[in-house]
Design a protein around this ligand. Structure first.
Ligand code: AHG
Ligand code: MN
Ligand code: MN
Length: 336
């Protein structure tokens, strides 16, 4: 009998990684398993979103004043529930929660990690069957073990992330996560219900041909950003231009594509949104961490995203992120 052991499952992979650290407790592996479990539950609902009465607005408005979709609430509850009942997470912050939650029970208070989430990203795309995602960010808490998680555990600069990742509910469902050791992608095999290692050691190409930005906002961007976008549209034998413009409107999907193929993604400040739209703690930071580990770069236009020290859970930031060479080209415009 031929036993095919070449494809590792998410659990097998994280446990194997853990063995490289003699003092590892297995808590991070357990946390990633919990996230994988919640992702599978959300995936089931996302797949049948067109069938059941789960589509559409939940009738409420989230803390940022945006309509909340029913699936956002469902996804938030799944991730929150699984992490609360797991053994690795002391508390969570989420786009769908006004404030962070310290789980504050004996097991959670002794857990090393806290998590931040965008439970469903790109939720405006649910009703039209376009790829959506989940984004997560993991920090080692700074408060003492044995006590409830506190605000400072969540307000850490992105450079302190222990792990970050996303799930993309696309034509396949994939979970991609990064630790300092590398970025690895797992595709959900629906026949066995397991995330299986399909994209080991992902590296973002130094150059790509894709730029992703909301062109509808063009006249709201500052001049340097406008100049760069116009450069992307010009014939240029040095850069391989003109680039191809691709913008799905789910940053998980846009950034997943650009991570694999190479490219640049921008959500700059606009006149209407001078701080940008995307949220630093659960949108910008996790992707900045993933892209940097994969060899790319991420800035807010002025400084490295991972160096920003946050002051608020839901704070926004402009975001420029992608292939190293393309980011360096952009930076020559932003400095000018
Ligand atoms: P969310 O659904 O979590 O609110 O995030 C949507 C975000 C992001 O995924 C996407 O890139 C961006 O909003 C699109 O915004 P515009 O429609 O303003 O371009
Ligand atoms: Mn989002
Ligand atoms: Mn969201």
């Amino acid at each position: 009998m031929v036993i095919n052991r070449r494809i590792l499952t998410l659990d097998e992979f994280t446990i194997q990684q853990m063995r490289a650290f003699p003092h590892a407790t297995g808590e991070l592996a357990s946390l990633l398993r919990d996230i994988g479990l919640a992702a599978k539950r959300v995936n089931v609902e996302v797949n049948k979103a067109g069938l059941v009465d789960i589509l559409g607005d939940a009738g409420a408005v989230n803390v940022q004043g945006e309509d909340v979709k029913k699936l956002d609430v469902y996804a938030n509850n799944q991730f929150m529930g699984v992490l609360k009942h797991g053994i690795s997470c002391a508390g969570i912050g989420s786009e769908e929660l006004d404030d962070f939650i310290a789980f504050d029970d004996p097991v959670s208070n002794n857990s090393k990690y806290v998590c931040l989430f965008d439970p469903l990203d790109g939720s405006g795309n649910i009703d039209v069957n376009v790829s959506i995602g989940t984004i997560f960010s993991v920090y080692r808490r700074v408060s003492p073990l044995g006590t409830p998680a506190v605000r400072e555990d969540f307000l850490q600069a992105g450079i302190h992330q222990v792990a970050a990742g996303y799930i993309v509910y696309g034509s396949s469902t994939m979970l991609v996560y990064a630790t300092r050791r590398g970025v690895n992608g797992f595709t959900l095999d629906p026949s066995i219900g397991e995330f299986s290692l399909s994209h080991p050691d992902i590296k973002c190409p130094d150059f790509g041909k894709i730029y992703s930005v909301n062109h509808g906002n063009f006249f709201q961007y500052e001049k340097s950003v406008q100049d760069y976008i116009q450069q992307c549209q010009k014939k240029n034998k040095d850069t391989g231009g003109p680039y191809t413009q691709r913008y799905i409107g789910s940053m998980v999907s846009d950034l997943h594509r650009n991570l694999i193929k190479g490219g640049i993604f921008m959500y700059p400040a606009t006149i209407d949104k001078p701080k940008g739209k995307l949220r630093l703690l659960y949108e910008c930071n996790p992707f900045a961490f993933i892209l940097e580990v994969a060899g790319g770069k991420a800035t807010n236009g002025k400084q490295r995203v991972l160096d920003i020290v946050p002051t608020e859970l839901h704070q926004r930031s402009p975001l420029f992120i992608g292939s190293k060479g393309m980011m360096e080209e952009l930076e020559t415009y932003l400095k000018a």
